[in-house]
Design a protein around this ligand. Structure first.
Ligand code: TNX
Length: 525
């Protein structure tokens, strides 16, 4: 009889409060610590935001929170200047690390504390994932959402959690980049690296070298019209990303991967009239190794182009490009590329990289480069991006540099999921969702240790991409897997848990109309 009563009571209590305990959440990336508290918090039309003494400093986050809540639930939350029942309190707590936050949800109120506005922003991402809504609600002040009570303490494992988008092989307009930024913010990604130049296209306006974009930006892989960002466009992207606590890392790939620059300013192409004679300060006919004219390139080979590293005009070119880029980039890094310079001799490559690094320093920035740059003498502030060779990463570490971890075999978003994937490459690996999840930056090479690692970045190369929808398909659900590797300490990660949590994200992506890969490794029902 006792058991019967217990079962009956349990059934009654379940029907009253159907909230799943907070420990059974679907938060990605998984937070560092979660403890249950009794009861639940009801978010409704009367819930008020309180941001006390720091109101103006954190208004960017509270305003963002309100607009996100509106999209998610249809509720238009107001503010209050006192903490009453049914409040969400936002506060800064300098005892927490900059990107750390705590989220305390109890019956009466929610308290979100952040080490900085960035920490609060990441806490908002967590809160959003606890609201039982996918954004398809009708706006109604009567809507109610029950959140399980509990306390979350959270902070990122790595300072750099990034994605790279190749806008050179396929040009993505500003709206697509903003859309991607919105998606990255959900997973607490804080750097977006834009691969702004390659053989097939130059995508950023450089006012002192105008033909880079007018000629060099005029096509892309497959021969489409290409495109480029004006400096205003780029600043708009930077600003949009800043509002989501994402730093843009611009890359100009040099001295290889430069055919588009050479098509604009190589051996002078017959038929091209150089405009504005008065504006010309250098001999524009000679960035390349002399000999032949360099046509635009729309194929997908790599490693065939190089700047002539020995010409003074080349140094001037790098100086002008880096200066203009640094002027419109508030973030700390300029990426100088340096990969696959197969037609540059080592004796030319090394001094070129060192020179480029000096120019970046001169304009107040730190350099990033693909792992090959470790052949040069690196400054300790330079970051080497490990994509292919652990020995290069180790050479960088031995010089005192930090490494950014992007192994092609695990982190490349342009690899196919399996042999049937319609777009993408296979040269490094097939990368199923569990492959993208089941690895750790500290386990790639015994000489690459935790303290050498700045963070993790997932690059999306775009040779096989044609649209925003293609970009979404290769990025989701692998990007959340990489985001969890970068945010959540290794001992707290498990594929079994991730594969269950991702289900709810799939539902949300469906509601958003996102084109994601329904990996057979996950039960999406
Ligand atoms: C190698 S990764 C490249 C890129 C290609 C990519 C395609 C790297 C530093 N270089 O130029 O787009 O493979 O997967």
């Amino acid at each position: 009889l006792k058991t019967l009563i217990a079962v009956a009571l349990f059934a009654v209590s379940c029907s009253i409060d159907k909230t799943v305990p907070i420990t059974q959440n679907s938060i990605i990336p998984a937070p560092v610590s979660i403890v249950e508290q009794e009861g639940s918090f009801t978010l409704d039309g009367n819930t008020k935001i309180f941001s006390g003494a720091n109101a103006s400093e954190i208004s960017m986050v509270t305003e963002y929170f309100k607009s996100e809540m509106y999209t998610l639930t249809g509720l238009q939350l107001g503010s209050s200047d006192e903490v009453g029942a049914n409040s969400i309190v936002f506060e800064l707590n300098s005892a927490l690390g900059e990107e750390a936050y705590t989220l305390d949800i109890n019956k009466e109120k929610v308290v979100l504390s952040g080490g900085s506005p960035a920490g609060l922003f990441f806490g908002v991402q967590t809160f959003k994932q606890l609201v039982p809504a996918f954004g398809d609600q009708k706006m109604s002040p009567g809507n109610q959402y029950v959140l399980p009570a509990g306390k979350i303490e959270d902070r990122p494992e790595y300072a750099y959690r990034g994605m790279m988008l190749d806008v050179a092989r396929h040009f993505f307009p500003v709206a697509d980049v903003k859309h991607l930024i919105d998606l990255l913010a959900m997973y607490k990604i804080n750097f977006l690296h834009l691969h702004l130049s390659d053989d097939q296209g130059w995508r950023i306006e450089i006012k002192s070298w105008p033909l880079l974009t007018t000629i060099g930006g005029s096509t892309q892989v497959g021969g489409g019209p290409g495109g480029f960002y004006t400096q205003e466009d780029y600043k708009e992207i930077v600003k949009y990303a800043q509002a989501k606590f994402i730093t843009i890392v611009p890359e100009i790939d040099m001295p290889g991967h430069t055919n588009s620059a050479l098509a604009a300013y190589g051996v002078l192409n017959p038929g091209i009239t150089v405009p504005e004679e008065g504006a010309l300060r250098y001999d524009r006919s000679s960035l390349g190794v002399d000999g032949e004219a360099t046509p635009l390139y729309t194929g997908t080979e790599v490693g065939f182009s190089t700047l002539d590293t020995n010409k003074p005009v080349t140094s001037q070119f790098v100086d002008d490009v880096v200066r203009e880029l640094a002027e419109m980039t508030p973030g700390p890094y300029i990426h100088i590329g340096g990969d696959e310079s197969h037609v540059t001799s080592m004796e030319d490559y090394i001094p070129f990289i060192e020179k480029a690094q000096d120019i970046v320093t001169k304009y107040g920035k730190k350099s990033m480069g693909w792992d090959e740059v470790a052949h040069a003498k690196l400054l300790p502030s330079t970051v080497a991006q490990y994509w292919s060779k652990a020995e290069n990463a180790v050479m960088a570490i031995e010089q005192g540099s930090k490494v950014l971890i992007s192994p092609a075999v695990k982190a490349y978003l342009d690899m196919k999921y399996d042999s049937t994937t319609q777009i993408g490459y296979t040269w490094a690996a097939l990368i199923e969702l569990d492959d993208a999840y089941n690895w750790d930056p500290t386990e790639l090479d015994p000489q690459i240790k935790r303290e050498h690692i700045l963070g993790v970045e997932a690059p999306l190369w775009a040779e096989t991409l044609r649209s925003r929808s293609d970009m979404e398909f290769l990025t989701f659900p692998r990007l959340p897997a990489i985001a969890e590797i970068a945010w959540t300490p290794k001992e707290l990660r498990s594929w079994e848990s991730f594969s269950l949590r991702i289900n709810r994200h799939g539902k949300m992506w469906e509601a958003m109309g996102l084109n994601f890969y329904k990996s057979p490794k996950v039960n999406w029902e």
